[in-house]
Structures are given as structure tokens and as C-alpha cells.
Write a protein that binds this ligand. Structure first.
Ligand SMILES: C[S@@+](CC[C@H](N)C(=O)[O-])C[C@H]1O[C@@H](n2cnc3c(N)ncnc32)[C@H](O)[C@@H]1O
Length: 306
């Protein structure tokens, strides 16, 4: 390449993507291949098909500049979803903002577990299942759940609540984006404060990191996820204690509460449930592991006669 030639002049779309891949790999970014594909597509305005069909065309100078800036931001540690503003969860797109947690693949385990329960309950129900999502954030859990229920022919009336009004706005945008806005509603609430009535299913992925562990989290999490989505108080269990103390007023007989938990919290959360629930209330407590084999969901199935 001559000294004066602009760097983009010799790069095809495919080479530009390969260039990003190499730089991300050298920077020890684990998902270098995926990140390079998503960010090349984002910077050049191409979807996966466009990346293939336009692989051999040269990038323009303007495209090169955008790609370079995008690449540098990623190398500085900004997560891909914070750059593009979109994250895929349960094969659906979710727009995220500084007020919402970046949806995690681990949380798909909670959606799967809730779907199994919904299939059981729907066989007995004559009305749509009422489902509450506490700490809804981007709305990813409730929207993915309601979307999957619709595909299975299960009727759902969902309510997602969050302490953050910005998160609620984002959840509404995501419900419309995924065509599920008629099945779910969102409102601002401090846990159950603005919630009324009883629900067949309550799901929650509350903040569960102990306050003094936040500083040790990866920079991608610490600097980019909102602290209200992470900080679970001194032992990480504040939200569970609060929700468990109030949940029996909001769950229907025969209903089910499902919590996402940190992988070391199953016994701790189970103990809180046992201490909080009176002995005449018959609750089956179980734990579900995620794809990595780690404890991920604590599930409380209430007896129909309790
Ligand atoms: C771990 S994030 C989960 C977000 C989303 N459900 C997900 O799984 O990606 C926890 C959420 O709880 C919300 N939150 C924290 N404290 C709350 C409270 N007192 N009442 C309601 N929501 C709260 C946060 O704003 C955040 O959106």
C-alpha cells in the first residue's frame, strides 16, 4: 500500500470483518468472531445476508471511518450491545439503554422454566394466565415468555414492573418491537407497591450481587450495567427477602414464583423462603440448572389448597 493511499481503498467488506476479528482476538475478547460480525454489519448497515452478498465489494472511506471508530470503542471495553443498542434474547431483538441491564443468555433458563409451569397451569385455567415480572428492565423475560406462550396457544396477561421509569419506557418499546404489546403492560413500582390482584406466575431476576463485590465485576458489567440492576445489598439478598416476605399476598393458590439466582445462592434463597412461609402453606421448592450446569432458578410451586 502506498504511503498516501487511504487504508480503506484496499479493504473489501470481508477483509474489513477479518481485520476486526484479528484485532479482537489479539485483545483476548472471547467472542471475537461474533463481535466482529455484528459490529461490521452495524457499522456498514448490513445484515448477515448483506455481509455475505457484499463480501467482495470495497468499503467506502466513510464506512471505513465508522468501522474504525466502532472497533476502537469495542477495544476500549464497551460491550457490543451497548454500541449497537440492541441485544438478542431468546431469539428476539431487545433495545437496551443505560437504564436497563444487558439481557444475559443465562436468564433464558428462567423463561424456559416459566414456560413449563405455564403449560401445566394453562391446562387447568379457563382465563388467560396472569403473570407478573418484578424488576422487568428491558422487559426481556416477560416479553420472551409471552411471545413463546402465544406460539404455544397459551393466553397470557402480563405485567412488568420496575423502579426505573426509563426502564419501563424501554420495556414498552420492546413489547411493541416484538408485537406483544397487547398481552403485556408495564408500570413503575417499587416491587409490589403499585401492584394489585393475584397472579398465576411471578417471575423475577432481581439485583443479586453483594454491594462489595460490584467493584470486582468485569469492566463491561461494572461500567455499563446500571447499579440498580446489580446491587443486591450487603449480602446480595435484599430483593429476595423483600419479595419473598410479600409474595403470598400476590400469588394465586396453585401458582408459581420463579427467581433467577446467582449460582451460589440456591440454599440461601431457599432458607429465606422456609423462614418466611408459614408451615400450613405447602410449597414445593426446586432448583433448575442452566446450560452450564450452574444453579440458576429457584422455583416455588404453591399447593392449590394453600
Ligand atoms: C438484574 S436486573 C433484571 C432486568 C431484566 N428482568 C433482565 O432479566 O434482564 C434487575 C432489575 O430490577 C430493577 N429493580 C431494582 N430495585 C427495584 C425495586 N425496588 N423495585 C422494582 N424494580 C427494581 C432494576 O431497575 C433492574 O431493572
Amino acid at each position: 500500500m502506498s504511503q498516501n493511499a487511504p487504508p480503506h481503498a484496499y479493504l473489501t467488506v470481508e477483509q474489513a470483518q477479518r481485520n476486526l476479528r484479528e484485532r479482537f482476538k489479539n485483545a483476548a475478547i472471547e467472542t471475537y468472531e461474533l463481535d466482529a460480525r455484528i459490529l461490521t454489519g452495524f457499522a456498514l448497515g448490513l445484515d448477515d445476508v448483506g455481509l455475505i452478498t457484499q463480501a467482495s465489494r470495497n468499503v467506502t472511506e466513510e464506512e471505513y471511518d465508522i468501522l474504525e471508530k466502532t472497533c476502537l470503542v469495542r477495544l476500549e471495553g464497551k460491550p457490543v450491545s451497548r454500541i449497537t443498542g440492541v441485544k438478542e434474547f431468546y431469539s428476539l431483538p431487545f433495545k437496551i439503554s443505560s437504564a436497563t441491564l444487558d439481557p444475559r443468555p443465562d436468564s433464558e433458563c428462567l423463561v424456559e422454566s416459566a414456560l413449563i409451569i405455564a403449560e401445566k397451569l394453562a391446562k387447568l385455567a379457563r382465563k388467560p394466565l396472569r403473570v407478573l415480572d418484578l424488576g422487568t428492565g428491558s422487559g426481556c423475560l416477560l416479553i420472551a415468555f409471552a411471545h413463546a406462550c402465544r406460539q404455544k396457544g397459551i393466553q397470557v396477561e402480563g405485567l412488568g414492573v420496575d423502579i426505573s421509569s426509563s426502564a419501563i419506557r424501554q420495556a414498552r418499546i420492546n413489547a411493541a418491537l416484538n408485537g406483544i404489546e397487547n398481552s403485556v403492560d408495564f408500570k413503575q413500582s417499587n416491587w409490589f407497591e403499585n401492584v394489585s390482584g393475584r397472579f398465576d406466575i411471578i417471575i423475577s431476576n432481581p439485583p443479586y450481587i453483594a454491594s462489595d463485590e460490584i467493584e470486582g465485576l468485569a469492566p463491561e458489567v461494572r461500567f455499563h450495567d446500571p447499579s440498580a440492576a446489580l446491587d443486591g445489598g450487603s449480602d446480595g439478598l435484599d430483593a429476595y427477602k423483600h419479595i419473598i416476605a410479600a409474595m403470598t399476598t400476590f400469588i394465586k393458590p396453585g401458582g408459581c414464583v420463579l427467581f433467577e439466582i446467582g449460582s451460589s445462592q440456591a440454599a440461601l434463597v431457599t432458607d429465606i423462603v422456609r423462614q418466611s412461609i408459614s408451615t400450613h402453606q405447602n410449597v414445593a421448592i426446586s432448583c433448575v440448572s442452566d446450560l452450564a450446569g450452574l444453579d440458576r432458578v429457584v422455583q416455588l410451586e404453591f399447593n392449590r389448597n394453600s
